[in-house]
Design a protein around this ligand. Structure first.
Ligand SMILES: Nc1ncnc2c1ncn2[C@@H]1O[C@H](COP(=O)(O)OP(=O)(O)OP(=O)(O)O)[C@@H](O)[C@H]1O
Length: 202
């Protein structure tokens, strides 16, 4: 399976944010997207996730079969916001995301992997900032999506949690998954392709 972007252009508020982005990512590969604030990293991830239309160009999946015919269907998007309901428990939130992606992975195992054993019953809104991010990362583990689209995934994480995320990303790649991550910080992704976004003239 490959995730391919060709001449991808993105706009925000009618203004061109990036132009002619192209890459080809195979199973087990990672792309690290860097660039200054406002360069268009989040916009690119949102276009890839299918949350924003591309101004032109295209992003496609090759070899995704019936399960993953499009990038949006193959991807799990972890944005700046954690996309969890504060009044539902951590376990209930993860159960929603698991059913949304049609997976059946155990929630307890996912919480163990992010070091949140023992608080599955708590309302998500009670968690600390870093715990919220870790629970959101657990979403990736209860979903069956080969392409992880991560927007500053280490935001709010302590050093140990950032190392845990790094290990999870290594495992995801070993299992044939792909990662596209926008970041200002090193993520410990070895042998990653790099895309530096420079922004467009206003
Ligand atoms: N809804 C919107 N309407 C108009 N302009 C927008 C909108 N959302 C974002 N922008 C603009 O689009 C540009 C790209 O924003 P984007 O969030 O993609 O940048 P980024 O590279 O992710 O930045 P950061 O590193 O600060 O997260 C910025 O100039 C931003 O102000």
């Amino acid at each position: 399976m490959r995730l391919i972007a060709e001449n991808l252009c993105g706009e925000r508020g009618g203004r061109r944010v990036f132009s002619d982005i192209g890459f080809s990512l195979g199973a087990g590969e990672a792309l690290v997207v860097t660039g200054a604030n406002g360069a268009g990293k989040s916009t690119l991830l949102r276009v890839l996730a299918g949350l924003l239309p591309a101004a032109s160009g295209r992003a496609i999946v090759e070899g995704g079969g019936e399960d993953f015919p499009t990038v949006a269907s193959a991807a799990h998007y972890l944005g700046h916001l954690n996309a969890m309901k504060p009044v539902l428990s951590v376990a209930e939130n993860l159960a929603f995301w698991r059913s949304f992606s049609g997976a059946d992975a155990p929630i307890e195992t996912a919480l163990e992997a992010v070091g949140l054993c023992g608080i599955a019953h708590l309302p998500y809104g009670y968690l600390s900032t870093g715990q919220k991010r870790r629970a959101a990362i657990a979403r990736l583990l209860v979903s069956r999506r080969p392409a992880w689209l991560l927007d500053e995934p280490t935001a709010g994480l302590d050093a140990e949690s950032a190392r845990q995320l790094s290990s999870l990303m290594v495992r995801h790649r070993e299992e044939g998954g792909m990662i596209i991550a926008a970041t200002h910080l090193p993520l410990g992704l070895e042998r990653a392709l790099e895309l530096t976004m420079g922004g467009e003239d206003a």
